[in-house]
Design a protein around this ligand. Structure first.
Ligand SMILES: [Zn+2]
Length: 223
C-alpha cells in the first residue's frame, strides 16, 4: 500500500522504494526490482538479509538496496526507509538551495538545512550506503543531490507521512523563493509547530488521507 501511495503522490516513479525492518531482526522487506511501483502486491515483496541476499521472494531486490540496509544497520531506531525520486526536493538541490523550514510540513525535520549527500550516482555499494547513512546521521531525511532523498521513521506510516511532508516543504519553499526573500521559522516557532506534527494521530491522518486519495485514483484495488 505504501508503495502504491508513494506512486500516487508522485514521490516515486518507475524507480524509488519503501522498505521495512522485520521487527527485532536484521531482515528487511522490500518490493522486487522490476515491479511497477503502481501495482506492487504482497506477492511482490521480498525478504533480504543484512548482506542484501535474497532470503524469500520471487524477484531480485532493487539495485539501490545498500542504501536501505546500511541505514538500518546504522540506526536501530529505524523501522522503515523510503528512497524517493521526488521532483521538488531534487530541483532545490540542483540550484544548491538549502531546504530550511519555512512552512509547517518542513518543521518535522528540525532547524535544517536538511543534509545533502553531494554525489548524484546511484547507491549500489555498501560504502556508498554507509556514506548516505552518515550524511543522514540521527535525522529523519537527507537529500541526494540531483537524485532524490532518503526518509526514515519508526514505522511505515511515520516514514510515509515524512515523505509527504518533505516534498511539500520543498514545493512551498520553491514557490516562496520565486516571490523574493523567504522568512524562515524561528527556533520557537519550529519547536511549537513540530511538537504538534510529531503526534501519531497526525501521522495516521496523513496516512488515512493518502489511502483515500490512492483509492480514488483506482490504485489500491489489487492489494
Ligand atoms: Zn535512486
Amino acid at each position: 500500500m505504501a508503495c502504491r501511495m508513494l506512486f500516487a503522490a508522485e514521490l516515486v516513479d518507475y524507480s524509488g522504494h519503501i522498505s521495512a525492518r522485520i521487527p527485532g531482526t536484521e531482515r528487511f522487506l522490500i518490493h522486487g526490482h522490476p515491479v511497477s511501483r503502481a501495482e506492487v502486491t504482497a506477492d511482490d515483496i521480498v525478504t533480504v538479509d543484512r548482506e542484501g541476499k535474497l532470503v524469500e521472494g520471487k524477484w531480485n531486490p532493487p539495485s539501490e538496496l545498500p542504501m536501505h540496509i546500511r541505514t538500518y544497520l546504522a540506526r536501530d531506531d529505524v523501522q522503515s526507509v523510503a528512497h524517493l525520486h521526488n521532483r521538488m526536493v531534487v530541483v532545490l538541490s540542483m540550484a544548491d538551495r538549502p531546504l530550511i523550514p519555512a512552512s509547517n510540513p518542513g518543521a518535522l525535520f528540525g532547524p535544517g538545512p536538511i543534509p545533502v549527500y553531494p554525489d548524484p550516482a546511484l547507491i549500489h555499494t555498501n560504502e556508498q550506503g554507509d556514506a548516505v547513512a552518515r550524511r543522514l546521521g540521527a535525522g529523519d531525511a537527507a537529500i541526494l543531490r540531483g537524485h532524490g532523498s532518503i526518509v526514515v521513521g519508526n514505522s511505515i506510516e511515520w516514514t510515509f507521512a515524512a515523505c509527504i511532508d518533505l516534498e511539500e516543504a520543498a514545493t512551498r519553499l520553491y514557490y516562496a523563493s520565486l516571490l523574493g526573500p523567504v522568512r524562515f521559522y524561528s527556533e520557537d516557532e519550529l519547536n511549537r509547530v513540530a511538537k504538534g506534527r510529531r503526534r501519531m494521530p497526525v501521522i495516521q491522518k496523513i496516512w488515512d488521507h493518502n489511502v483515500a486519495k490512492t483509492k480514488l485514483a483506482g490504485l489500491l484495488e489489487r492489494v
